[in-house]
Design a protein around this ligand. Structure first.
Ligand SMILES: C[S@@+](CC[C@H](N)C(=O)[O-])C[C@H]1O[C@@H](n2cnc3c(N)ncnc32)[C@H](O)[C@@H]1O
Length: 254
């Protein structure tokens, strides 16, 4: 199977199961970044907005009261169904959701004022094509908001973390370092207006608990291979086990 197909299959499997468990919306209430994203977006009532990898539609629904309309796109039909149901229950008449992949958007050029994506990019099969598509569908002067897991700048540690995340969750593609986010956006003519990196403590216990015995063994083996320098830079505590993860929040304009 090619890499793109493999990524989509893994995402379909992981996120269909999550949506069917009714988990599409459960973790959203914990978000602390939403207010910052709304402030950085300069959203107005005339804005046409796209939420990529929308999942249960959290961002599309959260922005609905601030904009003309918002459209959420996701690869997984069960997520789109959950998002539609939630938008209907919340009474949003100006949101819609459709099944599509971010690397090939069924939207015309220069048709949107604001594109956003939250916790999706590290799952994408091809981040470069996704960013090309974002640049294509945004109007000149259009804005992009991103919230996503990132990795440290040290390329060896970054590769180790990405490989580790892939063992924990096959739908993981590749988290980027902050410098690569900036470079990829600037290559496509974006100006980064805000960039903030937030730390979160990540407890690995639930990952170990839900993994099969074979995956648990792989995870434990990987953790044993963490050298002291990397462990220190991740704030790793074997007693959790837990470490510190980093999330980028950024706003850019084309
Ligand atoms: C961690 S969830 C985030 C959902 C939502 N943005 C949120 O913040 O709650 C990642 C989502 O990305 C979607 N996804 C992964 N790869 C995708 C792709 N290439 N195109 C469209 N959606 C994708 C998955 O189906 C999943 O719903």
């Amino acid at each position: 199977m090619d890499r793109e197909k493999e990524s989509r299959e893994a995402n379909r499997k992981a996120f269909s199961a999550r949506a069917r468990r009714g988990d599409a919306a459960a973790r959203e209430v914990l978000d602390e970044a939403l207010e910052t994203l709304i402030e950085w977006s300069h959203a107005t009532k005339s804005d046409r907005v796209l939420d990529l990898a929308t999942g249960g539609g959290y961002l599309a629904r959260s922005f609905a009261p601030h904009v003309a309309w918002s459209l959420g796109v996701d690869l997984v039909m069960d997520m789109v169904v959950a998002a539609r149901r939630a938008a209907h229950d919340e009474g949003h008449a100006n949101t819609g959701f459709l099944v599509a992949v971010v690397e090939n958007l069924p939207l015309v050029d220069a048709s949107l004022d604001l594109v956003m994506t939250r916790r999706g990019p590290h799952h994408f099969a091809d981040i470069r094509r996704a960013l090309d598509e974002i640049a294509r569908v945004l109007k000149p002067g259009g804005r992009l908001l991103v919230e996503d897991l990132i990795v440290p700048e040290d390329p060896d540690l970054a590769a180790w973390i990405n490989a580790f995340e892939k063992i924990c969750s096959p739908s993981h593609g590749r988290a980027l370092p902050a410098s690569e986010w900036r470079a990829l956006l600037e290559e496509r003519g974006f100006v980064v207006e805000h960039l903030d990196i937030q730390e979160r403590s990540r407890d690995l216990t639930p990952v170990l608990q839900r993994s099969s015995a074979a995956d648990r063994a792989k995870i434990q083996e990987a953790l044993l291979s963490l050298d002291d320098r990397w462990a220190a830079s991740l704030g790793y505590e074997a007693a959790g086990p837990r470490w510190t993860t980093h999330t980028i929040l950024l706003a850019a304009r084309r």
